[in-house]
Design a protein around this ligand. Structure first.
Ligand code: AMP
Ligand code: MG
Length: 485
């Protein structure tokens, strides 16, 4: 049916890692959106189904052949505190294998209670599911590793939050749902065999080609994980993305951005920006993300200590060295990334100062993060604009920048091309996202579809995108988002 080709391996792991699971039947499902482009890339086709059949499939009333539903056990540090968790409202259908032998989890979010639901109802509301759909797809088109969204269906039921809300189910596609928290879960059960099973499984599933025979597998896995998280965070910082809940259960081994709760993109540049209403102390603020990723990676290293070295002290020392390297590598990669945003080639001793000066000027002037970089490339593209009329107050910085650009040893056109690949023209601005979700809650999906369309070409200069490029007016500003679980 529809091209599904399941070959599920997760359920061959020791039974502590999952629970076989039924999904709740829903009364009157309606389909909101099917991601036909994503389906196509996975070798799936839902166009042959009518709307009602799509609704039945993406609400769990009809399951495709070969699906073996299960929810996963994991733990996690939530805002720094360890908790046993698990898929409280998510169920994996299985692992779909594409024609080119790629393996993806297909997962429902919001399909009912599981043994890991704790006090939750296992359900999801329409707004947060559409938010995940928009932001995850935006991340994909921004070329940032991410889980993706295949469909959203309305269940026809209400979910009780602070007020009754429209119930919905999201179908998510991920390279896997293994998390740092999955390793913490195995470690918390104090059974080395479980940790080893998860380590071997993760390596076999994701990294077999990256690990040579004879290497220490734990050390190699940690190095790969550090590198992929570092790349991911640098990408987030490039586009002004704030994840919002970087708990260890929301950090995926695959290196994909996962779990879009109160996440948002920053408008005006402020390193302390927090949108999440549950993040009272700013633990997951924009500028804290690199440090938090390192903190999470330390929790990951701890779970693997017994496999790094039999001698605990030596194991800790090796682990610490790898984590310390993260700090240096991050700084280096962040600097390289920021240089692409302002068109700098080569290395000059004052590059970092130049960039940090720009950022503090932006902060002091409440400058829009995305649009400032667009303005800089516009200035380069149009010699006449080099009087810098567009960026009020940055004149003297721009003069220093121009001087540095002259040392590039490359034509200015190459700087502009590099900047245009690095700096998005359009991001899912929070006020636009919120407006689309509000309207969807009222049954009008036009704004949601329009926003998705625009976000498919974030690096193209596009007249249609103009209204989506504007920062929010003061009364449009969204200060808080909540995952609304
Ligand atoms: P999240 O903040 O989405 O990463 O979720 C943290 C944990 O809470 C995960 O174990 C989720 O499965 C669980 N959870 C979130 N919402 C619900 C819900 N409505 N019912 C049951 N469990 C939930
Ligand atoms: Mg989560």
């Amino acid at each position: 049916m529809c091209g599904f080709n399941f070959d599920t391996t997760y359920t061959e792991l020791p039974s502590q890692f999952f629970t076989m699971q039924n999904v709740d039947q829903v009364v009157s499902p309606k389909i909101v959106i099917v991601n036909h482009e994503l389906a196509n890339s996975l070798g799936l086709n839902f166009r042959e189904l009518n709307k009602s059949q799509q609704a039945q499939l993406f609400s769990g009333n009809i399951l495709p052949k070969g699906a073996k539903m299960f929810s996963q056990a994991y733990a996690g540090h939530q805002f720094g505190h360890f908790t046993m968790l698990g898929d409280g409202r998510a169920v994996v259908w299985g692992e779909h294998i594409t024609k080119d032998k790629m393996r993806f989890d297909i997962q429902f979010k919001g399909s009912g209670k599981t043994p890991y639901s704790r006090r939750g109802d296992g359900k999801a509301a329409l707004g947060p599911m559409l938010r995940e759909y928009i932001i995850s797809e935006a991340m994909h088109y921004l070329n940032i590793p991410t889980t993706r969204s295949l469909a959203v269906a309305i269940t026809g039921e209400q979910v009780m939050r602070e007020t009754p809300l429209t119930g919905a189910i999201l179908t998510r596609v991920a390279s896997s749902h293994i998390r740092v928290g999955t390793f913490e879960y195995a470690a918390a059960l104090q059974d080395r065999k479980l940790i080893k099973a998860m380590m071997d499984y993760s390596i076999n599933r994701h990294f077999l080609s990256k690990i040579q025979k004879g290497e220490n597998r734990a050390i190699s896995l940690i190095k790969i994980m550090i590198e992929s998280q570092l790349n991911l965070i640098v990408d987030w910082m490039r586009v002004g993305f704030i994840h919002g809940v970087m708990n260890t259960d929301n950090m995926a081994l695959s290196g994909e951005t996962i779990d879009f709760g109160p996440c948002a993109f920053m408008d005006n540049y402020d390193p302390n920006t927090v949108f999440s209403s549950i993040d009272r102390h700013g633990r997951y603020a924009f500028a804290n993300q690199p440090k938090i990723a390192q903190w999470n990676l330390a929790r990951f290293v701890e779970t693997l200590l017994p496999f790094i070295h039999q001698d605990v002290d030596k194991a800790i020392k090796i682990g610490e060295e790898m984590l310390n390297n993260y700090t240096l590598s991050y700084k280096k990669q962040w600097l390289e990334m920021m240089k692409t945003k302002i068109g700098l080639f080569g290395e000059h001793k004052d590059d970092e100062i130049l960039i940090n000066n720009l950022l503090s000027l932006m902060k002091n002037r409440d400058a829009d993060y995305t649009n400032t970089f667009i303005n800089l490339s516009e200035i380069l593209a149009d010699e006449k604009k080099i009087n810098l009329a567009n960026i009020n107050g940055l004149e003297s910085w721009c003069n220093r920048w121009k001087e540095r650009l002259s040392k590039n040893k490359k034509p200015i056109t190459e700087s502009i091309s590099m900047m245009n690949i690095s700096n998005p023209q359009v991001i899912p601005r929070n006020h636009k996202v919120e407006a689309a979700l509000l309207s969807a809650e009222e049954g009008n999906f036009g704004q949601f579809y329009d926003l998705l369309e625009i976000l498919k070409n974030p690096y193209k200069i596009n007249q249609k995108a103009k209204p989506f490029q504007k920062p929010p007016a003061p009364d449009e500003r969204v200060h808080e988002t909540f995952c609304g679980t």
